[in-house]
Every structure is written in structure tokens, then in C-alpha cells.
Design a protein around this ligand. Structure first.
Ligand code: SF4
Length: 367
């Protein structure tokens, strides 16, 4: 399968894709870290590169950094919430959490103005990130276009790759604008910049980048450039790979198709409509469902429980069993999911009100 960060296929064969690119199963290196987060326990994060370094840093209280870029391209939905949940996990162990806002990439590759990206980043993303529980003291949020350290590093590191490599990794064509070709180098600098000081002197430390598998081309390029730029003594970044949430109707979840996702700002009525129209693993008729049981593995309502709504493993196992046996019907189950989502979003709305001011201060560098 050909993967680029610009297009994600609707269906991904994770096992095959991981094997193809040399991504290793994460279960092998987790040790007892798997008890620390349900994403690890439930195989939602399933692959890694060099995550041993981060496990070691966590276990032995050593320094490490996290980089997780944001591309503000629409409203935040539950798929985006996953990333924040992971950052909340890491903030227990490090206060070096870097969140670049990819306004240069948005300008070059998506034709978005800097003003639009900044406005979306502020009101939609950073506000929700804080409302969801990220500690403003532990994060370094910046606009790529305004962060000199990253821009300087990108200019230097650009020498360590060439057009043939960029074309081979990203499938760029002759008509691609040069900014778009340069965008991945800025991301390389985003990922590596925690390992240099303000004067770009080496300060090597492990860095982890949590991503979807479609972002692996960036990781491969970054690791190659880190190895080539010997003067910086970079430790090649580690990465983890999570599954994508399925869209509510099956297929891809997308900000541009509101019926496929629950947004963090959806009202009760909208949530109800979306959940009750969602694709389930239920049978054609109630009679058949009671007789044969449902298929939670094919159900997006169950996926909501698995990723977000039920953190207690026993409670989740109970739902799984009752679905499988046919005891639990999809109507009841959807009602339960709807109530949980509404309760969560109501609380988040209140927290967002308090987060707005902090988000503005963060973006203005005044926090
Ligand atoms: Fe999905 Fe619940 Fe129906 Fe099972 S009972 S298929 S988990 S909605």
C-alpha cells in the first residue's frame, strides 16, 4: 500500500502496512506500561519505532520530549481527542511536550491563509486541548511560521535530503509548489528541535512522536536526516502508531463530512441523530440479533466505548459479552453511548469557557 501524509485510505491493513515499513508491534516493548493507559492495553496503539527508549526514560525517570503537531483543518472531533488523551498520559512523565501548529504546511499544501489557521488553532484546537486536560505549564505550543528556532533548523537540515528522496517518499510531481516540497523539512525540524538549544547546539535526548500510520513517511525521513546530520548528534526520534477511529457510517472519519464524526462542539440533538444513525455490528432484525448476538468488532458504537467512553475494562468486557450473546440490543446500547457522550460534551463545554483565555495567552507567548 502506498501511504502519504496527505491522503489516508479508508481501510488500512495495519499488520501488512507495519510489516511493509518495518514498524514493530508495540506489545513486545511495553512491559508494565500497558497498565498505564487503555490505548496500550486495548491495542489501539499497535506499532512503534524505538519506543524502548521512551519506556526506559519513563521507568528510570530520565528526560525525554514529545512532539505532536496539529493541522487545524476543521472542527475537532473524537478522533482528534485521542491525540490529546495520549499527551495527557505523557504529561505525567515529562513537561517537554511540543505542539507545533502546521500553519506553513497549511499555507503551502492546503492553500489556507495564516489568519485562518491561527484562528482555528486558537478557538478550536488549543482551547479544546486545554479544556480536555492538558497542563498549559507543560506544553510548548507554537506556530511554525513564528518560531525562529525551528525555521533555522529546517534551513540547515534541508541540506541533508534531495529532490529524488522527497519524490520517492511523498510522490511529489513536477507541478508541486516548492513550499509544499519544503513542508516536510519543517516537520523534521519540529520533531528534532527539542534536541538542540536556542543557538542550535546539540542537546540530544529521546523524543517520541505519536502518529497515525499515514504519517510514517515523515518519521522515516526525520530518522534518516537525524542520522545524516552528524554535527547535531541527534537520537533518531521514536514513534508510536495508533489505529484511526472508524467514521460513524463506516469508512473514514473526516472533519469535512460532519455525518462521519462527533465534534466536540456538537449539541445534544446532533449527537442523538449521529449516534442513532451510526453503523453497528447488530443483525438485520431484533430476532436475529437475540438469536445470534451482535459483532462488536464491526460496530462504531462499541468503538466509542473502547476508545473514549468506558475506561473500566470490566465494564467494557461486560458490554462485549452481552452484545455477543444477544442480551444487549443496539437500541439500548446507542442510548447508553448517547448519554455518555452528552454528559462528556456538557462538561467539556464548561471547561472550554475557562480555557479560552489561557489558549489566547499561550498563542501570544504570554503564558
Ligand atoms: Fe454495537 Fe451495542 Fe449493537 Fe453490540 S449491541 S452491535 S456493541 S450497538
Amino acid at each position: 500500500m502506498e501511504l502519504t501524509p496527505w491522503e489516508t485510505p479508508a481501510v488500512i491493513d495495519y499488520k501488512k502496512t507495519m510489516e511493509q515499513f518495518g514498524v514493530k508491534p508495540i506489545a513486545d516493548v511495553l512491559d508494565n506500561l500497558k497498565n498505564e493507559h487503555h490505548f496500550f492495553r486495548r491495542n489501539i496503539i499497535l506499532g512503534h519505532r524505538d519506543f524502548e527508549r521512551i519506556v526506559d526514560a519513563i521507568k528510570n525517570n530520565k528526560e525525554f520530549a514529545v512532539v505532536s503537531g496539529m493541522m487545524p483543518s476543521g472542527k475537532m472531533h473524537f478522533g482528534h481527542k485521542m491525540v490529546v488523551d495520549l499527551l495527557k498520559f505523557y504529561q505525567k512523565y515529562t513537561d517537554n511536550i511540543n505542539i507545533p501548529i502546521a500553519d506553513l504546511e497549511a499555507y503551502w499544501a492546503r492553500n489556507m491563509s495564516f489568519e485562518t489557521t491561527k484562528e482555528l488553532a486558537l478557538n478550536e484546537y488549543i482551547t479544546n486541548y486545554i479544556a480536555l486536560g492538558l497542563d498549559p505549564e507543560k506544553i510548548n505550543v507554537y506556530l511554525q511560521s513564528k518560531y525562529q528556532k525551528v525555521k533555522d533548523l529546517a534551513l540547515i537540515l534541508s541540506k541533508r535530503t534531495n529532490w529524488s528522496e522527497m519524490k520517492a517518499i511523498y510522490g511529489f510531481k513536477g507541478e508541486t509548489n516548492i513550499g509544499h516540497v519544503f513542508a516536510p523539512i519543517v516537520q523534521v525540524a519540529d520533531i528534532l528541535h527539542p534536541q538542540v538549544d536556542e543557538n542550535l547546539n546539540p542537546e540530544p535526548k529521546p523524543v517520541v512522536v505519536p502518529v497515525g500510520i499515514d504519517q510514517d513517511p515523515h518519521i522515516r525521513l526525520t530518522r534518516d536526516i537525524a542520522n545524516r546530520a552528524k554535527e547535531f548528534k541527534f537520537i533518531p526520534p521514536s514513534s508510536t502508531y495508533h489505529r484511526f477511529m472508524t467514521g460513524l457510517l463506516g469508512g473514514k472519519m473526516s472533519s469535512s463530512k460532519p455525518e462521519t464524526a462527533i465534534f466536540l462542539t456538537d449539541d445534544e440533538k446532533t449527537v442523538k441523530k449521529k449516534i442513532f444513525s451510526a453503523k453497528t455490528g447488530g443483525r438485520e432484525t431484533l430476532e436475529e440479533h437475540k438469536k445470534y448476538g451482535g459483532i462488536p468488532e464491526e460496530c462504531v458504537v462499541y468503538e466509542l466505548f473502547l476508545y473514549h467512553l468506558i475506561l473500566d475494562d470490566k465494564e467494557l468486557a461486560d458490554i462485549y459479552q452481552k452484545c455477543r450473546s444477544g442480551e444487549l440490543t443496539c437500541g439500548k446500547c446507542k442510548k447508553m453511548a448517547y448519554e455518555k457522550v452528552v454528559e462528556f460534551l456538557k462538561d467539556l463545554k464548561e471547561k472550554r469557557e475557562q480555557a479560552k483565555e489561557i489558549a489566547l495567552k499561550i498563542l501570544e507567548g504570554k503564558y
